[in-house]
Write a protein that binds this ligand. Structure first.
Ligand code: AMP
Length: 444
């Protein structure tokens, strides 16, 4: 007779990550370059207290569970506070990508029916342009010190972030939400037509961050200092604002300055040993380092993804003593699906063979499964030759788009298991290594 396991069932909640960080790594720091220009230092316990104040302010403002609260911001401490406070009260952090056109942003905000929008001063002109077309937004909040508010306001009734939370208490008990509730929302234009929303759950986000922290992926530890250059407005900065707090790593945030010289200075000053970002960012940093005859004194590992990492860059970083971890995934996958990096016996191969391994997209993390299929949907062999569309399923893979768009991407196999069609064309080798070879033509 089947019996139920006799273990505790605790919901996997975003607030539980913050509670863990405060209780077990309270002295650890977040260091951030602020939009005001200076460097900010804050401990995890101070962060937790400010986040509870923000949660109280959100509740006092009448924000309800399930409500979409938008952000348009750089990687900063305030943005981290919003991530935890909004999701923590059961509302949804909707990160807007400011690289979308104003028309696309208007479409997204109206589609999501965002009620509040937190933004950095950098985006004031953009906010001014879109605000008249966003009737659902009742509150526009600028994330800046109260004495640095601009003389000319981009919207009527502009609220200052520090004022918004100034009177609120730092005592707050996080509600024990259902772990399947939504916590964050991110739109993507991966497929044709209007951008489509991906609505992550507390459970999927916690499991993704745990998966991303495993040794063959990011392998993050308490003693690491990690710099996510990947923006918090793009797939939750690959989950690093969650994963770093889970292990108690030091988190370094670059703010608005993503150029090579600024990143290099921040990395050296804060002794960053791991950084994450897209290949173009690493090209900018590399050029700065090579042109000025510099060296990295602490930088040892980088997680690169978002597009294929060229062998020339893998080699250049290896020669500077930086180990490349090459990740593949997409917004619909939270985003991490596979990671490629050399370890163990790989390190006995010659350098060219090692770079070849890293340049592929690698192995699935536990929690994600994949298969390649022919045009008619039949599964193709993992022989390193056959190529077909890559389908995925797993704990942090989308089951449908927000608002029911884009049904074509979802299918069921004969066993009744759901799959998501990525639009990427790949081959898979007998050892489980995946390599992207193309993108389906009807997908942009
Ligand atoms: P996004 O949802 O905007 O993050 O874009 C995801 C898409 O970027 C994937 O479907 C791939 O086409 C591409 N992509 C992401 N990472 C890689 C990678 N490591 N190599 C090749 N293509 C990638």
């Amino acid at each position: 007779m089947a019996s139920t396991g006799l273990m505790m069932q605790l919901p996997l909640l975003i607030s539980s990550i913050l509670e863990h960080a405060e209780r077990h790594h309270g002295q650890q720091e977040i260091v951030a370059r602020r939009t005001e220009g200076n460097i900010q230092r804050i401990t995890y316990s101070e962060l937790a207290a400010r986040t509870r104040r923000l949660a109280n302010a959100l509740v006092s403002a009448g924000i309800q569970p399930g409500e979409n609260i938008a952000t348009m911001g750089w990687n900063t401490v305030r943005h981290v506070e919003i991530y935890y406070a909004v999701s923590g009260i059961g509302a949804v952090t909707h990160t807007l990508n400011p690289r979308y056109s104003p028309q696309q942003l208007i479409y997204i905000i109206n589609h999501a029916k965002d009620t509040t929008l937190f933004f950095d001063i950098t985006f004031a002109p953009l906010v001014k342009a879109i605000a008249p077309h966003c009737p659902t937004v009742k509150r526009w909040v600028m994330m800046i010190d109260a004495d640095k508010m601009p003389a000319e306001s981009p919207v009527e009734g502009l609220i200052n972030y520090e004022h918004f939370m100034s009177g609120a208490s730092s005592e707050f008990v996080w509600p024990q939400l259902d772990e399947n509730m939504a916590c964050t929302l991110c739109y993507t234009s991966g497929t044709t037509g209007n951008p489509q929303g991906v609505l992550y759950s507390h459970r999927s986000t916690v499991l993704h961050a745990m998966g991303a922290n495993t040794a063959d992926a990011l392998g993050l530890r308490r003693t690491d200092t990690i710099l996510p250059v990947v923006p918090m407005f793009h797939v939750n900065a690959w989950g690093i604002p969650y994963g770093a707090l889970m292990v108690g790593a030091k988190l370094v945030l670059p703010g608005a300055q993503l150029d090579g010289p600024s990143l290099y200075a921040l990395m050296e000053e804060e002794k960053v040993n791991i950084a994450a970002g897209v290949p173009t960012i690493w090209l900018g940093l590399l050029n700065h380092v090579l042109q000025n005859g510099l060296k990295f004194s602490s930088f040892r590992r980088t997680l690169v993804g978002g597009s294929a990492m060229p062998i020339s860059l893998i080699k250049a970083y290896d020669e500077l003593g930086v180990h490349v971890m090459h990740g593949w995934g997409m917004t619909e996958m939270s985003p991490l699906g596979t990671v490629s990096q050399t370890s163990g016996p790989d390190l006995e191969l010659d350098k060219a063979a090692q770079y070849d391994i890293t340049a592929k997209q690698g192995h699935c993390l536990f929690g994600v499964d994949m298969k390649i299929v022919a045009e008619d949907g039949t599964e193709l062999p993992w022989n390193g030759e056959a190529t077909g569309e890559l389908l995925v399923r797993g704990h942090w893979i989308i089951s449908q788009y927000y608002g029911g768009d884009g049904q074509k991407a979802f299918s069921q196999d004969t066993a009744g298991r759901g799959w998501f069609a990525t639009g990427d064309v790949s081959r898979i080798f007998p050892d489980g290594t995946m390599q992207i070879t193309d993108r389906r033509k009807d997908v942009i």
